[in-house]
Design a binder for this molecule. Structure first.
Ligand code: LLP
Length: 418
């Protein structure tokens, strides 16, 4: 996390000490680095520049309008999975021609909205979805550009909850059904089959699953073309891993080197759908220790952020580094549990973590919280969601206000009060 660095025992985001940001905006708060986001985008664009490639940012990883706008202004498209994500992407200025729509459960309303918006491609995940899309497109007098999302039965070697391209997962169309469904698609007047899509899972730290998927997909594309189905785009989804702890994921350049012979041979356009790679290491979650508690010989740092702000540790057993934002020089304490205020024993940010001695009032930074933290946040225990702050050099601004207690009850009503 290069844009988060130490200077005189204080942790900075770009040129701003995180302790100052905690003082100014309160806690819990998500702090994003513009430079980190841009840097990741540039690395991807640099590695993929020799391909006819669209980078579609995965909106589910972080859907804040300012983040999407930052991506859009650098020529990035969007990978969406709902009408709400489409609404956000368009509002942030992402051109519809750079938006691809995946997801197993697209509704009539969502399909209508996406057709009316003239998005680049629908990644269709079942025969019934194809059928529905066709009838809606016909009614609307539109042609739907389509890729079938294939389930290639490749093991992404990641957590079982975030594996998406294996037999038994709900995603994609079984490999054995693909040619038949493409043939059917060509017979539908309002469907234009032009692509193949795959998503393997996330995060992926080795190139092997991509190699396996490319072997399968290349053969398929060649067969489809031999049968007159003009596949011109390959959407190669699979979440590039990042370093949360000591992982050493492949680089975008290594990814490009792996795919080059396949893409050159197939002579096709390419789409990639990274979310975590761009955002994961681009933010921290700041939290204040409310209490230090000892119980039966164990120490708990009880913080004002909890599983409603960052559910990844309990949900996926995910590791996030955690550090005080100021080094005090105090010796490491016994391992501690860093927990939130929520009434569940699954409410933890870290368990048994070696930490320096800390006290009530100290600020901790939970690292690598730019992807799948705010977007998975909830109001559980009626806790307002944290604010989001974007740092750029010396300056910072609120890109999402902290929710209030009033926000929590907005839209609810009591009998007789409307
Ligand atoms: N495209 C599709 C169709 C996806 O399903 C996903 C992630 C992505 C793109 C983006 O993957 P990324 O580049 O961000 O790794 N909540 C989990 C991650 C679930 C990802 C599911 N799909 C987590 O916190 O690790």
């Amino acid at each position: 996390m290069n844009n988060f660095h130490w200077e005189s025992n204080r942790l900075f985001c770009e040129n701003v000490p995180l302790s100052d940001l905690a003082g100014e905006y309160g806690t819990p708060s998500f702090i994003y680095s513009t430079a980190a986001i841009c840097n990741r985008i540039e690395l991807l664009q640099g590695a993929l520049e020799s391909f006819d490639c669209t980078i579609c940012f995965s909106v589910k990883s972080n859907s804040n309008l300012s983040i999407l706008q930052c991506a859009a202004s650098r020529g990035i498209g969007a990978d969406i999975v709902s009408g709400g994500e489409l609404f956000r992407a368009l509002k942030a200025g992402i051109p519809p021609g750079s938006i691809v729509f995946s997801g197993v459960g697209k509704t009539v309303r969502e399909l209508e909205y996406a057709l009316a918006s003239s998005i680049r491609m629908f990644n269709v995940e079942s025969e019934s979805e194809l059928h529905l899309l066709s009838s809606i497109a016909e009614r609307m007098g539109k042609i739907a550009p389509v890729a079938l999302r294939i389930n290639p039965d490749v093991d992404a070697r990641t957590h079982q909850f975030t594996t998406t391209g294996k037999k038994g997962n709900k995603f994609g169309i079984p490999f054995t059904d693909v040619e038949r469904i493409y043939t059917y698609a060509t017979e539908l007047p309002n469907i234009q089959p032009l692509g193949i899509d795959v998503h393997l899972g996330s995060p992926i730290t080795s190139l092997e699953p991509y190699r396996e998927a490319l072997d399968v997909l290349s053969g398929l594309i060649i067969n489809l073309r031999a049968n007159g189905i003009a596949i011109e785009t390959l959407d190669l989804g699979g979440g590039f891993g990042i370093t949360y702890s000591d992982e050493k994921p492949f680089t975008p350049v290594q990814f490009a080197d792996l795919i080059r012979p396949y893409i050159d041979k197939l002579d096709c356009r390419l789409i990639v759908e990274p979310g975590r790679y761009i955002m994961g290491n681009s933010a921290v979650l700041l939290t204040r220790i409310t209490y230090v508690k000892k119980s039966y010989g164990k120490t708990f740092y009880i913080c004002d952020a909890g599983m409603n702000d960052c559910i990844r540790p309990p949900l996926y057993d995910a590791y996030h580094a955690i550090t005080p934002v100021e080094k005090t020089g105090t010796a490491p304490a016994e391992p501690v549990d860093i927990v939130g205020p929520i009434c569940e024993s699954s409410d933890f940010l870290a368990k048994g973590r070696e930490m320096p001695v800390a006290h009530a009032g100290d600020i901790l930074a939970v690292m690598s919280c730019g992807a799948y933290c705010f977007t998975m946040a909830s109001n559980y225990n009626s806790r307002p969601r944290a604010c989001e702050i974007l740092v750029n050099g010396d300056s910072s601004r609120v890109i999402r206000e902290r929710e209030t207690w009033e926000d929590l009850v907005r839209g609810e009503s009591l009998p007789g009060t409307g």
